[in-house]
Design a protein around this ligand. Structure first.
Ligand SMILES: [Zn+2]
Length: 64
């Protein structure tokens, strides 16, 4: 089942999300993409979440 990304907002600026990168919803803004990359610890970040038994798709991302 496909996810309708447009129903989600960019986690960093609040605009409508257009991408899921590193298990974060982000827009097309390169700054947000970079933030997602850093926040998730790079390409392996979502695999780390998975290894910890957390959902890959972030429902709530307030655990910083
Ligand atoms: Zn954004």
């Amino acid at each position: 089942m496909a996810i309708d990304i447009s129903q989600y907002k960019c986690e960093f600026c609040g605009k409508t999300a257009t991408n899921i990168l590193f298990a974060a919803f982000v827009c097309d803004d390169p700054e947000c993409i970079e933030k997602a990359r850093i926040t998730r610890g790079g390409p392996g970040g979502h695999m780390k979440r998975k290894a910890e038994g957390k959902p890959i798709i972030p429902e709530e991302v307030n655990d910083e």
